[in-house]
Ligand binder design. Structure first.
Ligand SMILES: Cc1ncc(COP(=O)(O)O)c(C=O)c1O
Length: 254
């Protein structure tokens, strides 16, 4: 399913989602975990609107967000490549980049968000291959990226054919979530989602939306790193989701 064919709330100009598209976020995760049901959404929030409509062909499982991030960097960038980040960013991307010999380039900011000029400058002068962003409840600033900046980054990613690694680890905690960058440029974006911040860090379970062009290589990397995620932890995650406990935990954390 084309991500852009689904619906959004009126604030984004995409209309309201039809009733049969509404499932709660954890139910969607549960389907991915246990049923591998096609045509579902990767993550939904509050039963209100979808975050990123996708299908099982575009979702890979990883052993937590850090595992997914390291696998993505290792798959899509080569030693010596440059990746744009916020000037202040999640320490885990720094350690992963160091391990893999990837150089992180701080992008010019205004009001806690990357500027278009800053990204264009880094593409032209630093030859960055992509950017890493945390769109909701940024670590460490806790900033939520504006809709305009999400659209700007998606547009630039398309125009310049750069990769976006979008870390949506906190997205289920947003009361009225904005669409992720992946929604506007699904073919350019790897979208990471983990249960760590929303349900429990010990579950070590993450979901990765991956576009066709990167699917085979990222699946191979995740197999190389993990063989598979732990079926035991997946069963625990699914159990929490199925009996409604996960929703209670997420609500309690908001
Ligand atoms: C922005 C961000 N991404 C990824 C991670 C790693 O998450 P996980 O515990 O699922 O590996 C964290 C953990 O703090 C984080 O803050």
């Amino acid at each position: 399913m084309d991500a852009r064919s689904s619906s959004w709330g009126n604030n984004t100009g995409f209309g309201s989602p039809p009733a049969n598209e509404i499932i709660c976020g954890s139910a969607a995760v549960f389907k991915i975990l246990l049923m591998n049901d096609g045509g579902l959404d990767l993550i939904r929030s509050d039963n209100k609107c979808s975050i990123l409509p996708t299908d099982k062909e575009h979702v890979l499982l990883a052993a937590g967000g850090q595992n997914a991030l390291t696998a993505s960097l290792g798959t899509l960038l080569e030693r010596g490549d440059k990746l744009g980040t916020d000037p202040l960013t999640y320490p885990g991307v720094k350690t992963a980049a160091k391990l893999l010999g990837i150089h992180l380039i701080p992008i010019q900011h205004n009001d806690y968000e990357m500027t278009e000029e800053g990204i264009r400058y880094a593409i032209q002068n630093e030859k960055i291959k992509g950017i890493y962003v945390i769109q909701d409840y940024h670590n460490p600033t806790s900033h939520i990226m504006s809709l305009e900046t999400r659209k700007m980054i998606a547009g630039l990613a398309r125009e310049k054919n750069i990769l976006v690694i979008e870390d949506g680890i906190n997205n289920l905690l947003a009361e009225n979530p904005l669409p992720p960058i992946a929604f506007f440029a699904p073919e350019q974006v790897i979208y990471l989602s983990s249960l760590s911040k929303t349900i429990a860090a010990g579950l070590r379970t993450a979901f990765v939306y991956v576009p066709d062009q990167y699917h085979r290589s990222l699946a191979t990397t995740l197999y190389t790193m993990n063989i598979s995620i732990s079926p035991l932890l997946a069963a625990v995650s699914a159990g929490l989701i199925a009996d409604g406990m996960a929703d209670e935990i997420v609500c309690g954390r908001k």
